[in-house]
Design a protein around this ligand. Structure first.
Ligand code: KIV
Ligand code: ZN
Length: 525
């Protein structure tokens, strides 16, 4: 059986559409908002990853959201993924959504209204009959602006099945081409979800004309399991986000679903366009942009996802990786080895490692600088992991270094006010400053300000460990904002304070480049 869809043409029944909502539902999670340049960068990465639909935002929510959706639509004016904008059942909302997505070669208007008794009574204050009328009116309105219309039944999993069936029938009758049945509050069990999809697909007249879509939240940690159950029940579009970000406990994670479908093809025999080897890269890009790393044990993209600690496991993996690995690290973008370099490694091994990590051929000067820092790190650390090398080399390839870190001496503790003595080189001239502050980071950042006065404000300061152990490199992200220009800087060092100043200086260097170019805010980490 196949379906004829306005955006995708003929779709075979074994094809799963990946609908990514990182830029809409994902961005709704506290602390995860992104600026325009960051959203464009994510959109490009999602496209390379092979997603079929990018939900670019909620156009009526703010002028910034409207601009982001419009800019992403313009990016895909000739070809590329379907670009969707979310709208409520409201005329102004839908007109603004239609205006924002219309530049895309394949625009989609996504409209939503709640269908559960609780939401209709308390939130909408509408009767079921009013909701049915609203579906007829607003799906028709959306269809008069775009051939591709998705209709969502918010809180579908807590809706009465008979009423939901009438809603779905009405939406299809008035032109909806995708029917989305979200588990908005992450309450459903996999068997509930499978039953909801299979019974609606069987009993709703016209169901064969639309693609059924699943959108699950992770409040009970069941979002991915519920998505797999939806596919079994007949859903062929799955809505998900990178790293599972989203409202509250998040949405179903794209990487987990993609790898479940690929790894368990025996039980879930469906195809998608996802290029799984890009998964890690996109996950890391999102972490860099938002400043939030995934937890170490996160499936697929956590740094422990392919690490083997116990002797028994290591022994098995060395004999045959499939003893403890159900998919290869390379299939999602990891390099195979996790620890190979140490203080006895030479320049050739280091150069090889850089190639394996995707840095390509690098110039002798850059190689020498990076190698010196690597030797220094290897002396201080027992083992040097791939991530250590990446962090260290990323440091070497920083944007034009107008400001360079020279040295830092910090006094911390409980006896005297924290004090930082800092030396930076500004265009070849070493300048020093000593400052006190509310803690050592504050003192060090004040010293940066004293040496290089600027009006940028600190938007984000986040510290994570690149690898494990007390000798791990700290990886610090600093986000600065000046006159609407946003830059992220990263620094890595075994000393958290040095890493903090490196990150600050990295961000300032980017700001200097941006000021000179006077370009709009962009993230170039
Ligand atoms: O969770 C939800 O119900 C949603 C809808 C807007 C699709 O995000
Ligand atoms: Zn949602």
């Amino acid at each position: 059986m196949s379906i004829d869809h306005p955006s995708f043409g003929k779709l075979d029944d074994d094809r799963i559409i990946f609908f990514d909502t990182t830029l809409r539902d994902g961005e709704q999670s506290p602390g995860f908002s992104m600026n325009l340049a960051e959203k464009l960068r994510m959109a490009e990465a999602l496209t390379e990853l092979g997603v079929d639909v990018i939900e670019a935002g909620f156009p009526i929510a703010s002028p910034g959201d409207f601009e982001s959706v419009k800019s992403i639509a313009e990016l895909y004016a000739k070809s590329g993924p379907v670009v969707a904008g979310l709208c409520r059942h409201d005329r102004r909302d839908i007109l603004s959504g239609a205006e924002a997505v219309k530049y895309a070669a394949r625009p989609r208007i996504h409209i939503v209204i709640a269908t559960s008794p609780l939401h209709m009574r308390v939130k909408l204050r509408m009767s079921p009959e009013d909701v049915l009328q609203s579906i007829a009116d607003h799906v028709s309105l959306a269809r008069s602006h775009a051939p591709d219309v998705e209709w969502s039944a918010e809180d579908a999993s807590r809706s009465e099945l008979d009423f939901l069936a009438r809603c779905v029938e009405t939406a299809i009758k008035h032109g909806a081409t995708t029917i989305n049945l979200p588990d908005t509050v992450g309450y459903a069990l996999p068997e509930d979800i499978e039953k909801m999809f299979s019974s609606l697909r069987n009993r709703v007249p016209g169901a064969e004309k639309a693609i059924f879509s699943s959108h699950n939240h992770n409040d009970l940690g069941l979002a991915v399991a519920n998505t797999v159950a939806a596919v079994r029940g007949g859903a062929r579009q799955i809505e998900c986000t990178i790293n599972g970000i989203g409202e509250r406990a998040g949405n179903a994670s794209l990487e987990e679903i993609a790898m479940t479908v690929r790894t368990r093809h025996d039980a879930i025999p469906y195809r998608s366009n996802i290029v799984t080897t890009h998964i890690l890269k996109v996950s890391k890009l999102l972490s860099t942009i938002t400043g939030f790393d995934v937890q170490p044990n996160k499936a697929i993209v956590g740094r422990n996802a392919f690490a083997h600690e116990s002797g028994i496991h290591q022994d098995g993996v060395l004999k045959d990786a499939s003893t403890y690995e159900i998919m290869t690290p390379e299939s999602v973008g990891w390099t195979k080895s996790t620890l190979v370099l140490g203080k006895h490694s030479g320049r050739a091994a280091f150069r090889d490692k850089l190639k394996a990590l995707g840095y390509g051929e690098i110039g002798d000067n850059q190689l020498n600088d990076a190698f010196r820092r690597f030797k220094d790190l290897a002396d201080r650390k027992k083992v040097v992991f791939d991530e250590d090398v990446s962090a260290l080399v990323d440091d070497e390839f920083r944007d034009r270094q107008h400001i360079k870190f020279v040295s830092l001496d910090v006094r911390a503790g409980s006896k005297a006010p924290p004090r930082a003595e800092l030396e930076l080189e500004i265009d070849g001239k070493v300048i020093s400053a000593t400052e006190t502050g509310d803690g050592p980071v504050d003192a060090a950042f004040k010293a940066v300000q004293a040496i290089f006065p600027h009006s940028a404000t600190l938007q984000l300061y986040s510290v994570g460990a690149v690898t494990t152990g007390t000798d791990a490199q700290a990886k610090v992200t600093v986000r600065l904002e000046e006159d609407g220009k946003m830059v992220d800087g990263q620094g890595a060092d075994t000393d958290t304070m040095v890493a903090s100043v490196l990150a600050y200086v990295h961000a300032l260097n980017k700001l200097v480049v941006k000021r000179a170019r006077s370009e709009p805010a962009a993230l170039s980490a």
